[in-house]
Design a protein around this ligand. Structure first.
Ligand SMILES: Nc1nc2c(ncn2[C@@H]2O[C@H](COP(=O)(O)OP(=O)(O)OP(=O)(O)O)[C@@H](O)[C@H]2O)c(=O)[nH]1
Length: 300
């Protein structure tokens, strides 16, 4: 089955995400790909949705940030989308206040993780804002840093507003924060879809690499497992596994459990339906082959 490409557009408020989206949609119009845009804004009314022409399917998630309050809604919407529209590509424009790891977490539902090819996180940076970022609150400074740190492609925008020496200093600083991402200095998010599609750091490939920032991994248990052995496995996990979610079945119960794991804390909720026993992992610099072997041992 052909997987749907997903691009997450991240970046601080006003850094050029919508400008980038418009540009990419122009490019997509020349291709025959079926495109869907998921737009997430904090307010109840969308401001940017008129950036998208009528022939592109647009789903809006209003009234909250993908990563916090409307995660379930997003999951339902994505599921509907994949079943009914089967797009070739989905662009997700996040609010400028979203943390990229949380956004990734929100779209990686164990229900359809194996239908998506998450190509990566593209972060736009306003060059002047970056230069003056010390004037932001510590929390926002941290957010801007995280958006850069977890990106696979970084677009440093508003270059013309900066002197040559400032441009050099900013790109040096940004590359020091994230050494693996491709970095481009531009005006008005001038980047082509070909440049993005060539993103070598597709998350699928990432699961085989260990020198990368953030990567994901999906594992499916074929049978019910021993709960104690599973708990032992969790205790030994590296603390750079930020998140696991999915469904597990234990040998003492007929029904499966919805399993959630973050910051070392497991949570199990009884599930009435039998669902595929997919587990989705998100982590940083993880040897997923090792994790896979450990899981295979539990399943024996
Ligand atoms: N001078 C200059 N302005 C730019 C550039 N890129 C984008 N802008 C302008 O900056 C403003 C914000 O750009 P958007 O693309 O809406 O930014 P955004 O990240 O989607 O903003 P939010 O939706 O608020 O998070 C708009 O007025 C753009 O026209 C650039 O390279 N140079």
């Amino acid at each position: 089955m052909k997987k749907t490409e997903v691009y997450i557009l991240s970046g601080f408020l006003g850094s050029g995400k919508t400008t980038l989206l418009k540009r990419l949609l122009e490019d997509e119009r020349k291709s025959a790909r079926k495109v869907t845009v998921l737009m997430n804004e904090l307010g109840k009314v969308s401001i940017d949705s008129n950036a998208v022409e009528e022939d592109v399917s647009l789903k809006e998630l209003l009234g909250g940030c993908i990563c916090c309050s409307i995660q379930d809604k997003l999951e339902a919407q994505l599921q509907g989308l994949l079943m009914e529209e089967k797009p070739d590509v989905i662009y997700i424009e996040t609010t400028g206040a979203a943390h990229p790891v949380e956004v990734l977490d929100a779209i990686l539902s164990p229900l359809f993780a194996d239908q998506l090819n998450i190509k990566g996180i593209i972060t736009t940076v306003d060059g002047t804002r970056w230069k003056d970022r010390k004037s932001l609150s510590p929390q926002l400074q941290q957010l801007v840093l995280e958006q850069v740190r977890h990106a696979d492609f970084i677009i440093i925008n508003k270059m013309n507003d900066l002197k040559d020496s400032e441009q050099a200093a900013i790109s040096y600083e940004i590359q020091a924060v994230n050494q693996t991402a491709k970095c481009l200095l531009t005006n008005y998010s001038q980047v082509s879809i070909e440049q993005l599609r060539s993103l070598s750091v597709s998350f699928e490939k990432a699961s085989q690499r260990i020198d990368i920032n953030l990567s994901t991994f999906v594992y499916q248990f074929k049978t019910a497992i021993n709960h104690t052995r599973f708990e032992e496995f969790l205790k030994e996990l590296p603390d750079t596994i930020y998140r696991i979610k999915g469904y597990v079945k234990f040998d003492y119960a007929v029904q499966p459990f919805l399993f959630q794991f973050s910051y070392g804390m497991p949570l199990y909720i009884k599930e009435e339906m039998n669902l595929p026993l997919n587990l989705v992992f998100i982590g940083e610099n993880i040897d997923w082959n090792r994790i896979r072997k450990q899981l295979e041992n539990i399943g024996k």
